[in-house]
Design a protein around this ligand. Structure first.
Ligand code: HEM
Ligand code: HEM
Length: 183
């Protein structure tokens, strides 16, 4: 491996990393308190909601790699990237790739929806209404399914790029782009 490839450059800023791991812990805690923990579960849920709101704000105000404008690409580029990935020829990128970008938006939207419906269920008007409770639980199942896809995607990208992306989400740095990365 050349010196250029070994060099690591900052990619994920500290707030983005903090919000990611806070989201992971929050969703886990909400899941573990889903039955019989009443108010504790609700407060954890509000914490998760706050994390999502902060991440969305950071998507407008944050560092380049955190900004939606910087990483969300249109359907054409995303489709092209998906085809390149299937052929195993997708160029390596430092920040989110186009598929990762859409999965970021999807995960944030799903977590927001779970929390919003959870809150709805606590209001006088919707308390005890069965479809609201079922929607809250159903959206949670969809979220869990996409978290599984997210984890498989991360694992796949780690193998393809021969880089520990989980560690990169901790320390924030990734291997510098080399000429062979930009096909
Ligand atoms: C509740 C579960 C999880 C949720 C909701 C979630 C959500 C997200 C989101 C929204 C992003 C985009 C980061 C941003 O722009 O803010 C992301 C990226 C990432 N997540 Fe997670 N995540 C979860 C669990 C995990 C776990 C358990 C791991 C590690 C084993 C992980 C590893 C990563 C990595 C490595 C990235 C960066 C991917 C890249 O390099 O492009 N995530 N995750
Ligand atoms: C990521 C966040 C959240 C997750 C993953 C989550 C998940 C769940 C799940 C799976 C259940 C069980 C539903 C059932 O089996 O019928 C549940 C129940 C409930 N959730 Fe959430 N929830 C979250 C956030 C919230 C929020 C923000 C609120 C309200 C502020 C909330 C209020 C409730 C209430 C009132 C119940 C029924 C309570 C009980 O039986 O003790 N949840 N939640």
């Amino acid at each position: 491996m050349s010196k250029e490839q070994q060099q690591r450059v900052p990619v994920w800023d500290p707030l983005l990393r903090f919000l990611h791991w806070a989201l992971v812990l929050g969703v886990l805690a909400a899941w573990l308190t889903r039955e019989g923990y009443g108010r504790t579960h609700e407060w954890i849920g509000y914490g998760v909601l706050l994390v999502v709101v902060l991440r969305v704000l950071w998507g407008f105000l944050g560092s380049d790699q955190a900004r939606f404008r910087h990483f969300v690409k249109g359907p054409r580029s995303t489709w092209r990237y998906a085809l390149q990935s299937l052929r195993g020829r997708a160029p390596r990128q430092l920040g989110h790739n186009p598929l990762g970008a859409w999965s970021t938006l999807l995960l944030l939207t799903l977590v927001f929806a779970v929390c919003a419906v959870g809150w709805l269920y606590t209001t006088d008007r919707y308390w005890g209404i069965e479809w609201v409770e079922r929607l809250h639980a159903g959206l949670t199942d969809v979220l869990l399914a996409f978290i599984a896809v997210h984890l498989l995607g991360v694992l796949w990208a780690c193998i393809k790029q021969r880089e520990n992306l989980v560690a990169a989400m901790v320390h924030g740095r990734k291997r510098q782009l080399s000429k062979t990365d930009q096909q």
